[in-house]
Design a binder for this molecule. Structure first.
Ligand code: ZN
Length: 342
């Protein structure tokens, strides 16, 4: 009998989205509208209707990426803008089959225009609450410190994050150029976060190699790694990640857009998967990389040869790596089984 297996619709596969940055989640059309509203001149790279050409494997390229990001962020000025951003991020995620979203934000970036760090935090968490209620999507927040800034600032942020643990903050991250500073400089901040019950989820193993992932494990006691793909270069490290069940938040489109890997088939999804390292595919910054959550699973299917059984397993890994409570996880896992059975 001829097989009638048609590829299942990946937007219907329930999944958790664990790596999405705040400004980077913005719809391109929203950026155009906000820029217009505030008279912000956008560089051509942000108005072309196509994602900008980026290459962050050298510091200049990373600086250019950050500059575009900063311009986009400068268009978020009021509580209404924040609410709109979060609502649209939730809507896009729901459309892509996400049942749980952990959005990552450095509130210091928004503090000056929103009346300070605490008002900024309140506005962000209220927006997340509202968007979650309106869309039915489970949403939580990771507060991310910036490794380009002083470690003392990260400690302040960690304390703030802990203070809002009962208001939807579930984790503490560390982002920006891995080539700057050492993970160890931020160990106090991460200790504060962990002692306060937050999940440690720093970026590592994106722009630099396996050593940066080891630093995240040893110095920051990471429970999850933002990216972590470069661990593929070190079989012992892969084993360690697998044994400890440390989830890597892998963002294939981002890796290719930033030149971490030349082509989607070069992203070592298969290496991590076969080594038993749990992964949660993420979109990172859809505004700049041009694709959202379901598209990451498409890439795994198209370029890394993942069949539907394996894609379902990837989705399960994303759910298990999330901070969602057991009933939410169970519901999503059951949905994944039904998707596969369909
Ligand atoms: Zn990231």
């Amino acid at each position: 009998m001829e097989s009638t297996t048609r590829p299942r619709d990946l937007t219907l596969l329930p999944k958790a989205h664990l790596h999405l940055h705040f400004t980077g989640s913005m719809r391109p059309t929203t950026l155009l509208e906000l820029a217009d509203k505030y008279g912000v001149h956008l560089p051509d790279a942000l108005t072309g209707g196509e994602p900008p050409k980026l290459r962050a494997t050298d510091e200049r390229g990373w600086f250019r990426f950050q500059r575009l990001y900063d311009i986009a962020r400068s268009c978020l000025r009021t509580a209404e803008d924040i609410q709109r951003l979060v609502r649209e991020a939730a809507e896009e995620d729901v459309r892509d089959g996400s049942g749980w979203l952990e959005i990552q934000v450095d509130p210091t970036s928004y503090a000056p225009l929103l009346g300070g760090l605490i008002p900024a935090m309140e506005i962000i968490l209220d927006a997340v609450d509202t968007a979650s209620r309106d869309t039915g999507l489970g949403m939580r927040v990771l507060v991310a410190a910036n490794r380009m800034k002083h470690p003392l600032e990260a400690r302040t942020l960690a304390r703030l994050a802990v203070r809002y643990a009962d208001r939807g903050v579930v984790g503490f991250g560390l982002s920006n150029d891995e080539r700057r500073g050492l993970a160890r400089d931020f160990d106090r901040a991460f200790a504060i976060a962990r002692e306060g019950g937050l999940l440690a989820a720093p970026h590592g193993g994106e722009l630099t190699g396996p050593a940066s992932v080891r630093d995240c494990l040893d110095d920051l006691r990471a429970a999850r790694i933002g990216h972590g793909v470069r661990a593929a270069e070190d079989p012992r490290l892969l084993r360690r990640l697998a044994d400890r069940g440390v989830t890597c938040e892998v963002c294939p489109a981002s890796n290719v857009a930033l030149g971490v890997y030349e082509k989607p088939e070069d992203v070592p999804l298969r290496t991590l998967f076969d080594a038993g390292v749990p992964m949660a595919l993420g979109a990172d910054d859809p505004l700049l990389f041009g694709s959202r959550l379901a598209a990451q699973y498409e890439l795994a299917r198209e370029h890394n040869g993942f069949d539907d059984t394996e894609l379902a397993e990837l989705a399960r890994q994303s759910v298990r790596g999330s901070a969602a409570d057991a009933p939410t996880q169970d519901k999503l896992l059951a949905g994944i089984d039904s998707w596969l059975a369909s």
